[in-house]
Design a protein around this ligand. Structure first.
Ligand code: SF4
Length: 253
């Protein structure tokens, strides 16, 4: 288990190194793979989808996790011990979220890679400013999430997420496997068809780490400036960017 952080422009390894695999596929090959897998794997168990992903992409595959919970990281740790888990450390996470990240690194057989933005919040002076999230959350998400993910994915042909169709109307058509044409990479969503009850069962069955904020009234967890509690019966993501007409950070467009 290794934690790798990114500071400034470069990655800093605290005991491991980024994967290297000379086997590269072209975007056209990746797109064809994703198209075939999307229909073949629809309706199949999450473990089977995860197995397909790691068998197909080997070292050029990673899991991404927001550390709201660690279900997908755990799922892949069972299927492929030592798999890379990428966490976007925006510098604006709740302490509870970082605690899940550290618990995952300590207790699961995975390789956690914490990727940071080019600038710390304190270094964002001039036009940006440390409170960019309050003025222009789209630009803030781009600098602190979208660009760091794209930088991290340079090492991979495919990545997995914990996206689920029941999370919000904007995610209702999430495929189990798709090709992200903008990134030129395959995106794997092994628990896309799960409902919240399936997630709860998996967490209980495997004693998976969960963010303590869920018990404090948060339905969905992102950075602290843009996340608020939700009321009973509300869309779980209603507390995200509640002061803006914004529902997604831009990672999944
Ligand atoms: Fe910035 Fe908020 Fe996006 Fe986090 S969620 S990157 S604080 S705008």
């Amino acid at each position: 288990m290794t934690v790798v952080t990114a500071t400034g422009l470069g990655l800093v390894s605290l005991g491991g190194s980024a994967p290297a695999d000379p086997t590269r596929r072209t975007p056209a090959e990746l797109e064809a793979l994703a198209r075939d897998a999307a229909s073949a794997l629809e309706g199949r168990p999450a473990e089977e989808i995860a197995r397909w992903a790691t068998d197909t992409f080997g070292a050029r595959f990673c899991v991404t996790s927001s550390m709201a919970d660690a279900v997908v990281a755990h799922l892949f740790s069972r299927v492929t011990p030592g798999v890379d888990v990428v966490f976007l450390d925006t510098g604006l996470h709740f302490p509870e979220t970082l605690k899940v990240r550290d618990t995952v690194a300590r207790t699961m057989n995975v390789n956690v890679r914490s990727i940071r933005p080019q600038l710390t919040v304190g270094q964002q002076d001039g036009e940006l400013g440390p409170r960019l999230f309050a003025r222009n959350p789209d630009e803030c998400c781009f600098l602190r999430k979208v660009e760091p993910l794209e930088r991290a994915l340079v090492d991979y042909d495919a990545w997995a997420t914990g996206l689920r169709r029941d999370e919000s109307p904007t995610r209702a058509n999430t495929p189990v496997v798709t090709f992200d044409a903008r990134k030129g990479k395959v995106k794997v969503n092994p628990i896309a068809a799960w409902r919240q009850a399936d997630v709860d069962r998996y967490i209980a069955r495997w004693n998976v780490p969960v963010n303590e904020l869920f018990k404090k009234g948060y339905g969905s967890i992102g950075c602290w400036p843009c996340t608020s509690r939700t009321k009973a019966g509300e869309d779980p993501r209603a507390g995200r960017w509640a002061m803006f007409e914004k529902t997604e950070c831009g990672l999944h467009v």
